[in-house]
Design a protein around this ligand. Structure first.
Ligand SMILES: Nc1ncnc2c1ncn2[C@@H]1O[C@H](COP(=O)(O)OP(=O)(O)OP(=O)(O)O)[C@@H](O)[C@H]1O
Ligand SMILES: [Mg+2]
Length: 242
């Protein structure tokens, strides 16, 4: 499997708070890499560095063979990195369709007709076709999560970063999200998926990276990670409330 993303010795501190010490991992083409770790482990910070919102103090982020750390957020989007946000960020007064359309127009230079076709295709994929004309602000949590995934797909990413898209959902809703992520994976997109829900990591990823103390403690097939004694040690006494 070819490598799409390679992260080497990545570190960042905020003031005296060393959040990431040394993070090392790779994502293969077409692979879903799950990331788990206690609250505050730096999972979202890691995605923020990969997507360009934060700058690392040291280390490398190699995307498709190129160190992208000097690239701006929008340049990374164009290169093929898409992401969702832990707190969904829709334009509340615009309709679901308009939200996706706006993301498509932002993400790539396409004609109006092409953008509309792309937006409709995405709405179908994230199963929001029937809610296309509803205001985004009126959506239930599951549908806001679907919209968030749809917006991240608008730029046709080669690597999709998902930050807790299944958090707070019922089991049946989680199954729906798993379905959507599988469809995206099957279309050839590589995915990094941060999640606290064990079932999504076991059923929805190829490998899982366990993060704690600013380090990647273990990266292995999901069940191997779940059954490892390191997981128990990391979560013992930790606040796993999400
Ligand atoms: N921009 C920032 N400035 C200062 N500190 C930050 C910033 N972003 C994150 N932090 C700190 O970095 C640490 C890790 O935060 P992060 O949001 O990455 O955790 P997380 O692993 O995503 O946790 P959760 O599972 O709760 O989402 C926290 O202590 C947080 O306060
Ligand atoms: Mg987070």
């Amino acid at each position: 499997m070819d490598t799409i993303l390679s992260v080497k010795d990545l570190g960042i501190s905020f003031g005296g708070n060393k959040v990431l010490d040394s993070i090392n991992f790779e994502v293969g083409e077409g692979e879903v890499l799950g990331i788990m770790g206690p609250n505050g482990a730096g999972k979202t910070v890691l995605l923020n560095i990969i997507s360009g919102i934060l700058k690392a103090d040291h280390g490398e982020v190699i995307f498709l063979g190129e160190d992208i750390q000097k690239a701006k957020i929008t340049e990374r989007t164009v290169k093929g990195i898409g992401r969702t946000f832990q707190v969904p960020r829709a334009f509340e007064h615009m309709s679901v369709y308009e939200n996706i359309l706006a993301s498509v127009v932002y993400g790539q230079k396409v004609s109006e007709k092409e953008a509309a076709a792309k937006a409709i295709e995405i709405l179908k994929l994230v199963k929001l076709g029937e809610r296309a004309n509803e205001p985004a602000g009126k959506l239930s949590l599951i549908n806001r999560k679907r919209l968030e995934i749809g917006a991240a797909l608008a730029s046709d990413p080669k690597l999709l970063l998902l930050d807790e898209v299944a958090g707070g959902l019922t089991n049946a809703e989680v199954a729906g999200i798993l379905d959507i992520v599988r469809t995206i994976k099957n279309s050839g997109v590589s995915i990094i998926w941060i999640e606290h829900i064990i079932q999504t990591l076991v059923d929805g990823t190829d490998r899982v990276m366990l993060m704690a103390g600013g380090r990647d403690l273990l990266t292995a097939p999901p069940m191997e990670v779940m059954n490892s004694s390191i997981v128990n040690e990391v979560y013992m006494g930790a606040d796993e409330d999400e």
